[in-house]
Design a protein around this ligand. Structure first.
Ligand SMILES: Nc1ncnc2c1ncn2[C@@H]1O[C@H](COP(=O)(O)OP(=O)(O)OP(=O)(O)O)[C@@H](O)[C@H]1O
Ligand SMILES: [Mg+2]
Length: 315
């Protein structure tokens, strides 16, 4: 795929039409050049995963290959069932692949490890431990003394803005606060990569927006690569350097999009031409236009119960 530079001239010539999502300003294209010159942290090579079930075999992932560079932020989107969670679980070492390789810093991933931090949609804090102790847990397991672990934990809680809540229990926190603790806990182990599976999926829109801004802030301040799964196209464009778009049945890579929106990112960019152009491309990939061939309704829904006999139903 070729990326072109978006010149002033191009914009002037097409003032009313959207730019091509492949067009990049000088600053964005230079940023990508710098990013791609960095070390490869994660190298996924020809990854395949098949599940056997009573209904037959499911090809969850088929020949997935991509790389992420140090301090890159990659979002993964795709329709439900396209294998996003399966992919992230394999990267985390919680599931094994059927074929292909996953290399982290050049070494094959075999099982879970402290070099990968996970944050899931569901709240995964230990309910019997206070916030600070939740963050200290992994540190102590990795050999820190209680004093060291506590000092570190407080620094991470400060980074996510929860110092005041160090001694409360998870049930006393809001959903957004719980996810901030989960992020602090994952980052406290200094992972090379943070693996996030729809971490803000259960939050209301306002909290979600705050969490997105917060995560960008944290990511700017520390040396961590992020792989972030989401269903939300705006969220993907706001956060990502590149967006890996998967398709379902079988789960395959459709496209790896370089987001042409400059950094630092913020909500005021949602209406910029490059944001809208990227979103239009994602929409087209995820929700392709229906084909002209009209489906035979009875064939598609043979057992559907008719809820109305009204002949002139407006539908
Ligand atoms: N343990 C399992 N056994 C059998 N099939 C599985 C298993 N886990 C996942 N699958 C199948 O693999 C495919 C991919 O599932 P996965 O959960 O990775 O999708 P996803 O993209 O995360 O979906 P969603 O967006 O709904 O979270 C689906 O068809 C699913 O039914
Ligand atoms: Mg999933």
């Amino acid at each position: 795929m070729t990326y072109r530079i978006l010149s002033e001239e191009t914009i002037m010539q097409n003032p009313h039409s959207l730019p091509d999502y492949l067009l990049q300003s000088d600053a964005v294209s230079e940023r990508f050049a710098r990013l791609k010159a960095r070390d490869v942290i994660l190298d996924v090579r020809h990854l395949g995963k098949r599940f056997r079930s009573p209904q037959g075999e499911v090809v969850a992932l088929d020949d997935i290959s991509f790389r992420t560079h140090r301090r890159e932020f990659v979002c993964v989107i795709g329709p439900s069932g396209c294998g996003k969670s399966t992919l992230i679980r394999i990267l985390a070492g919680l599931e094994s692949q059927t074929s292909g390789d996953v290399l982290l810093d050049g070494k094959p991933v075999q099982g879970p490890g402290a070099d990968r931090g996970m944050v899931f949609q569901g709240y995964t804090l230990f309910p019997w431990l206070a916030v600070k102790k939740n963050v200290m847990f992994g540190l102590k397991r990795n050999g820190s003394s209680s004093g060291e672990a506590e000092r570190e934990a407080l620094q991470w809680l400060d980074l996510v803005g929860l110092t005041r809540f160090a001694d409360v229990y998870p049930h006393q926190l809001s959903g957004g606060m719980k996810q901030r603790v989960a992020i602090a806990r994952a980052l406290a182990n200094r992972p090379r990569i943070l693996l996030m599976d729809e971490p803000f999926g259960a939050l209301d829109a306002q909290t979600r927006a705050k969490m997105q801004a917060h995560l960008l802030d944290i990511w700017r301040n520390i040396d961590v690569t992020v792989l972030f799964i989401t269903h939300d196209l705006d969220e993907a464009i706001l956060l990502a350097d590149r967006i890996l778009v998967l398709k379902a049945n079988p789960g395959k890579v459709q496209e790896l999009i370089e987001v042409p929106v400059p950094r630092p990112r913020g909500y005021s960019q949602f209406n910029t031409p490059e944001f809208i152009a990227t979103k239009a491309r994602l929409e087209a990939l995820i929700h392709p236009e229906p084909t002209d061939e009209a489906p035979d309704e009875d064939a598609v829904r043979p057992h559907m119960i008719r809820m109305t006999d009204v002949a002139d139903n407006v539908e």
